[in-house]
Each structure stands twice: as structure tokens, then as C-alpha cells.
Design a protein around this ligand. Structure first.
Ligand code: ZN
Length: 217
């Protein structure tokens, strides 16, 4: 939320619970500063296909309707992080289009997609793209020319074309998912122990995306 949105939210809270009104203008400015800082990363509203809906003003309303305590910024930010985590847990990242040999842009793309999903700018995806953009053409071409030379298939696969992507930069970190915990360099596993060949767990991608450029190097 920007400052204007936070000011509107505070005005709404004061309307519903007049005792939360600041004593004077100086106090009001201080409260606005504090709230604007603490809620800078919280969305005012977010829509998600699938029925999940976030509205900060409804969170304020619910708090005032159900709690004997005056509302604090944490009463808004805490439900937001829960909402965001819940959305991201359901989200399956499309394989980044960025070159995995360029870790900075690969991670930037992962982070960008996740932020866009959490704020509702793009819908969460529940499928995973197994191949990059030109794959259907390549597949048709392969069907026409018959068997592809092995070395050429490998080269194309390295670029995510015509075959499942074989490299995942996020293998550089341990997978934090509790029922996987794959070590560095090892593929993620299902609870059955079967290795995941076509993707890695979202939690691992998140851990990798959160590395600083120095850590990722
Ligand atoms: Zn894993």
C-alpha cells in the first residue's frame, strides 16, 4: 500500500472505532508514518482466480468487529503474509524463460513471477510448462525428419527445447521442503523417494531466488 492507501485505511479504522483516533495532528502524522512504513509491502486488495480475495479494509473491519484491542499494523500485515504464503504454496512456477546460465536474471524472473502472483497481477498457475516456447514447432519438425542425432537432441534439451529441461540452477541449494530435503546437487524427491525429473519444489526455488547475488555466485 502506498501512503494514500494507508491513510484511507486508517480513516476507515477511525470511522469504525473512534477511540483509535489520534489525539491531534502531530500524533496522526506519526501514526500514518508508522503504518505506511509497516504496510508498504502489503497489498490494499488482491484478486485471485479460484476465489481467494484479499482486501485490507475487510481485515480492519473484521479485527474491529471481533477484537477488544485497538488495531495495530501487525493485525493487517500478519494476515497478509499468511494469505501470500497460501497463494504461493498453491502456485507452480512456470519454468523461467531466462537462461539458467545467467543466475541473476533466472532468479530475478522467479522472484518477479512470485511477486506478481502474490499481488494478483498474474494468475497462479497450477500446471508446469515442460518445454520452452518453440517446442511445438521443434516437435513437429522432429516428427518429419525422424530420429534426431543424439548430440543435437542434447543441445536442444539444454535450452529446454524438445525435451524436458535437464538443468535447474536451484539445485545449488538444499531443498527446504520437509518431506523432500534433497541435498545440494540432488534432484527433489516425492515422499515415495522417486526423483523429480521435470521440476523442483517451489520451496527450493524460493530458497534459491532469495539468495543474494554473492551467495548465488
Ligand atoms: Zn524438494
Amino acid at each position: 500500500m502506498n501512503r494514500r492507501e494507508v491513510a484511507a485505511l486508517l480513516a476507515y479504522a477511525v470511522k469504525l472505532d473512534p477511540r483509535s483516533a489520534p489525539a491531534d495532528q502531530g500524533a496522526a502524522a506519526e501514526v500514518l508514518d508508522q503504518w505506511a512504513d509497516l504496510l508498504a509491502d502489503v497489498a490494499a486488495t488482491a484478486e485471485h482466480p479460484g476465489g481467494r480475495h484479499w482486501d485490507a479494509s475487510q481485515v480492519v473491519r473484521h479485527h474491529i468487529a471481533t477484537s477488544p484491542y485497538p488495531i495495530k499494523p501487525a493485525d493487517v500485515s500478519r494476515p497478509w503474509w499468511t494469505f501470500k504464503r497460501d497463494i504461493l504454496d498453491r502456485h507452480t512456477d512456470p519454468t523461467p524463460q531466462a537462461d539458467p546460465d545467467d543466475p541473476a536474471s533466472y532468479r530475478a524472473e522467479l522472484l518477479g513471477t512470485r511477486h506478481a502472483v502474490a499481488t494478483g497481477a498474474v494468475p497462479a498457475t497450477t500446471y508446469r510448462e515442460l518445454t520452452g516456447g518453440p517446442a511445438p514447432d521443434v516437435a513437429a519438425h522432429i516428427a518429419r525428419i525422424g530420429e534426431m542425432p543424439h548430440h543435437l537432441r542434447e543441445q536442444l534439451a539444454e535450452h529446454g527445447i524438445g525435451a524436458r529441461r535437464v538443468r535447474f540452477p536451484e539445485l545449488a541449494v538444499d531443498c527446504p521442503r520437509t518431506n523432500c530435503r534433497a541435498r545440494k546437487g540432488m534432484p527433489c524427491k516425492r515422499p515415495s523417494g522417486a526423483e523429480l525429473r521435470s521440476h523442483t519444489h517451489d520451496q527450493r526455488q524460493t530458497a534459491y531466488a532469495a539468495l543474494t547475488p554473492e551467495q548465488a555466485a
